[in-house]
Design a protein around this ligand. Structure first.
Ligand code: 1GP
Length: 245
């Protein structure tokens, strides 16, 4: 079964955790070591991407090193068509729905679509929306950030993504956000939509991860959670256990 269908099937049974590795933040070798850690901790997939990635080579080398160190599916989380890698298993073919710049809504997709077809990468359609504070993703993606208590707008975007046929919906507060997406927004988006809900940005501890899962997130993403930890594997294992409930 392909990666997208497996995710959709699995979230019907349990909450999942995905790890994000940004190729810009460490060498490919260190990315491979992180991949080993997150695999041992119980993560279900590894996403590769970031707002400041500057070359395809950087992405290729990072993906190759991750694949050598982990059996988990590697899903690209690209900021543009130039950052696709044929070495990954799948790509979140995601539209940044609240961007003011059409490049992030559809134009980069047009540029990258043939590469996806010929590389054999599996595209997984996803609606992507950035909520305050948004951080680098919000700035680079030129997003009209959703206010942290604007339930109506968040639900509107999520329903629009579902009605457009997107398979997943991602609510992002931005990597390193001091405030993650609010529980109330998560709760109402989940209540009003039928596609799996992904939540990420600023989730760094067990309590927050548990809260977001209980509010209705089907998949929790963490990226920087590990960076400052003395025992990253232990912390991540606890976060994943809290998400799974
Ligand atoms: C990826 O924003 C998430 O989209 C990751 O956020 O780095 O804060 O965990 P953190």
């Amino acid at each position: 079964m392909n990666v997208g269908d497996t995710i959709i099937k699995l979230v019907k049974k349990k909450k999942l955790h995905f790890s994000l590795i940004d190729p810009d933040k460490q060498s490919p070798k260190v990315a491979g070591e992180i991949a080993k850690t997150v695999t041992d901790a119980g993560s279900s997939a590894i996403m590769v991407g970031g707002s400041t990635v500057s070359s395809q080579k950087q992405v290729d080398e990072t993906v190759k090193s991750i694949k050598q160190n982990s059996r988990l599916p590697v899903i690209l989380f690209p900021s543009g068509a130039k950052f696709l890698s044929k070495y990954a298993d799948a790509v979140f073919f995601m539209s940044l729905l609240n961007s003011r710049n059409l490049d992030y809504v559809i134009r980069e997709h047009v540029k990258g679509a043939s590469f996806v077809k010929h590389s054999g990468l599996e595209p997984i359609s996803m609606g992507y929306v950035i909520v305050e504070p948004g951080m680098a993703a919000g700035r680079v993606g030129e997003a009209d950030l959703i206010k942290k208590d604007d339930i109506e707008t968040a639900v509107g975007y999520a329903l629009a993504a579902q009605y457009l046929g997107m398979k997943l919906f991602y609510l992002e507060a931005g990597s390193g956000a001091h405030i993650p997406v609010s529980n109330i927004i998560i709760k109402f988006v989940k209540k009003n939509t039928d596609i799996p809900l992904i939540v990420g940005g600023g989730i760094r501890d067990v309590k927050t991860a548990r809260e977001k899962a209980q509010a209705g997130a089907d998949i929790i993403i963490t990226g920087t959670a590990l960076e400052k930890e003395k025992n990253p594997k232990k912390t991540l294992t606890e976060i994943i256990q809290a998400i799974e409930g």
